[in-house]
Design a binder for this molecule. Structure first.
Ligand code: UDP
Ligand code: MG
Length: 318
């Protein structure tokens, strides 16, 4: 830790219905962290578990004094859980990992070592990922290529939670929806230096995955939001003006065609094609813009009130 230039490590773990995994996870984490020989804390964010995970966490918090538990009132999602962890972390280095043992706690020292080379973010890359091929690995490959292309921040594995962040940077990021995967891109756009480290990945042996194929679509929609908001939020005239000009251009073409037919060909009947084209264009663009306006609205709503995207039920060692 000290060689890497950090004083305190905060490990942030979202936990949702992981009663069969959490104990072993914390035990292995304990051996890894005590081996580091520097101060650390583990923040378990219980994302509204209903299977008794919270009771197990309360017991474990007595065993491990460095452990802090944040209990959500209900299931707010992995992004909200990570966000709460970042808000509460006291360390200058934050490591995030899943609590289902698919990420291996033993990989943490490699991330810290890489951070020591002066990076702001080190992302795990599950090169040999042990998940279902059709519903998880293939969609994930496609999503990783699209995200890398659109954001310009090239990573092999946007889906891996095992990552290390310089705390002061990641604490500034505002997260919404399912956006934790985009943190490296959001930071990278602001100049953060990012590295990738290959990490092990295990198949889930206990409990169930909380996600399916549907997540890929959510990820793509989140990508659109992230890209549009960061690229255009400070210059909305490009966003609104561009499509506006295109609309005017098509309107003008339609006008020319209609005028040509009326004046030179003396045909005054309406042409349905132009009508349909204009309607499609207007409604499509209106929908995108309405979505964007709604997104901006929701952000003002949260930020003006300084509202968190989660509600806490209880905290142990806050
Ligand atoms: N998780 C969470 N809230 C949720 C869904 C998941 O805190 O709403 C946690 C879950 O306990 C696990 C991690 O996020 O530690 C990753 O979830 P999961 O293993 O289901 O995702 P997968 O590995 O299948 O992508
Ligand atoms: Mg998992």
């Amino acid at each position: 830790m000290e060689e890497a230039g950090f004083k305190i490590l905060s490990v942030v773990m979202p936990v949702y219905n992981e009663k069969d995994n959490i104990e072993e996870c914390l035990e292995r984490l304990n051996s890894v962290l005590t081996g580091l020989g520097s101060s650390f804390e583990v923040i378990c964010v219980d994302d509204g578990s209903t299977d008794g995970t919270n009771e197990i966490l309360s017991v474990l918090a007595k065993k491990y004094p460095y452990m802090r538990v944040l209990q959500f009132k209900k299931n707010f999602g992995q992004t909200a859980a990570l966000s709460a962890g970042f808000d509460h972390a006291k360390g200058d280095l934050i490591v995030t990992l899943d609590s289902d043992l698919q990420n291996k706690p033993e990989d943490i020292p490699a991330l810290i070592k890489a951070m020591g080379a002066g990076y702001d973010v080190v992302c795990g890359w599950r090169r040999k990922r042990r998940d279902k091929l059709i519903t998880r690995r293939i969609p994930s490959r496609i999503a990783n290529s699209i995200i890398s292309f659109v954001t310009g921040i090239k990573l092999h594995d946007y889906g891996c939670t095992l990552r290390a962040y310089r705390a002061e940077l990641v604490k500034q990021v505002k997260l919404y929806g399912e956006m934790h995967r985009f943190i490296p891109a959001l930071l990278g756009w602001n100049g953060a230096v990012i590295a990738e480290v290959e990490v092990d990945h295990a198949a889930r042996t206990r409990g169930r995955s909380k996600y399916g194929i549907l997540r890929t679509f959510k990820v793509i929609l989140d990508l659109v939001t992230v890209k549009l908001l960061t690229s255009y939020s400070t210059k909305p005239i490009y966003m609104f003006g561009g499509p506006g000009l295109i609309l005017l251009f098509f309107g003008f073409i339609s006008f020319l065609i209609v005028a040509y037919r009326a004046i030179l060909l003396h045909r005054l009947s309406a042409t349905p094609l132009i009508f349909i084209m204009v309607v499609l264009f207007i409604s499509g663009i209106q929908m995108v813009l309405t979505g964007l306006l709604a997104e901006i609205n929701i952000r003002t709503f949260y930020e003006a009130q300084n509202k968190k995207i989660y509600i806490m039920k209880n905290k142990i060692h806050p």
